[in-house]
Design a protein around this ligand. Structure first.
Ligand code: SF4
Length: 328
């Protein structure tokens, strides 16, 4: 697979912004391209520093790092704009250059019983979407792109935590086709009620998602029960600037009313090791990326819940309500 780093756009934007020193953030899968990218900054005589911290989404804009090294601009590669910041940022979305036709052809058998398709994609496939839509329409399908809502940058675009635009079309479609990877399609299957089909461009496959949904829902129900029983509860406040999924104040009083000891903990990246160090905490509620609680259950030594799940444990909303709305 070839990648298009939109070098021309980058150079044009850099000339306009005229920075002296730039902090570059690369999504995890493209950190290996740092050398090549450095050369483009060298050509323009711009000092460049690469962030070695994790960068899983557009939610993660390294403003503090940039300020610490006196950079006057961030260039963020691999995600679309997710939030507005008070620091200048250039987003380079990075395109996957692929021939999708064989996979689209293969998908026809899987979607043969569906007439109307909801279509969504991760950002690397934005440039292909009109051709994909046309492909299915020529095969007699009606295609509706998910709406541009919340943190989605374009019509049809989804991020791993925001499926509102897809939810808004789900009554009109028979199934969803997601162009991208397992991460985005698992999110879609947790958020949506209609069948989700993944065009898995990274494993050259077409998959019907669903089995995992049942497994994850069972795990979530267990985590909710564990929070009910917990004596000591940690609330993790995410330190990445776009990962603000609720405020601790909303839940502290309710936890205390139920006799629980509550501590608030800040974390930029959640890892099992960091969680393990708080060994006397029985359960955690995280207000950072909701996918950590939902996807990584098996990796963590203690239950971690999202805010909404915590509200279920506290009897503030019902599990059925969550299932009806989608757990994401
Ligand atoms: S919060 Fe999580 S799912 Fe949402 S964009 Fe960030 S890393 Fe992705």
């Amino acid at each position: 697979m070839a990648l298009d780093f939109e070098k021309e756009k980058l150079i044009e934007e850099l000339k306009k912004a005229n920075p002296k020193k730039v902090l570059v953030q690369l999504a995890e899968g493209i950190k290996q391209n740092a050398n090549e990218i450095k050369g483009w900054f060298d050509e323009l005589g711009i000092e460049v520093v690469f962030s070695g911290e994790t960068c899983w989404g557009g939610c993660d804009i390294a403003i503090d790092e940039a300020r610490n090294i006196d950079a006057d601009l961030i260039v963020h590669f691999g995600h679309a704009e997710f939030i507005k910041t008070d620091f200048p940022v250039i987003y380079i979305e990075v395109k996957d250059i692929l021939d999708l036709n064989p996979l689209l052809q293969k998908s026809l058998d899987v979607i043969k019983s569906y007439n109307t398709i909801g279509l969504s994609y991760s950002i690397q496939h934005c440039h292909d979407i009109e051709n994909i839509k046309k492909f299915y329409e020529e095969k007699g399908k009606e295609v509706i792109l998910s709406k541009k809502r919340g943190t989605n940058a374009y019509e049809g675009h989804i991020t791993g935590c925001d499926y509102q635009g897809a939810k808004e079309i789900q009554e009109q479609v028979d199934c969803f086709v997601i162009i991208g990877n397992k991460f985005h399609s698992i999110g879609a299957t947790l958020a949506l009620k209609k069948p989700v089909i993944l065009i898995d461009v990274y494993n050259n496959d077409v998959k019907i998602m669903g089995d995992l949904k049942d497994k994850i829902l069972k795990q979530r129900a267990i985590a909710i029960e564990k929070l009910k029983e917990a004596k000591n509860v940690g609330i993790i406040v995410g330190m990445k600037c776009g990962q603000k999924f609720g405020s601790p104040e909303k839940i502290i009083e309710k936890l205390k009313e139920r006799g629980k000891n509550v501590i608030i903990i800040t974390m930029a990246d959640l890892t099992p090791d960091k969680i393990m160090n708080f060994y006397n905490i029985d359960a955690f509620i995280e207000l950072a990326c909701p996918r950590i609680a939902l996807d990584d259950f098996a990796n963590y030594p203690k239950p971690i819940l999202t805010m909404r799940e915590a509200l279920v444990a506290l009897g503030e909303i019902s599990w059925d309500e969550i299932l009806e709305q989608g757990i994401l």
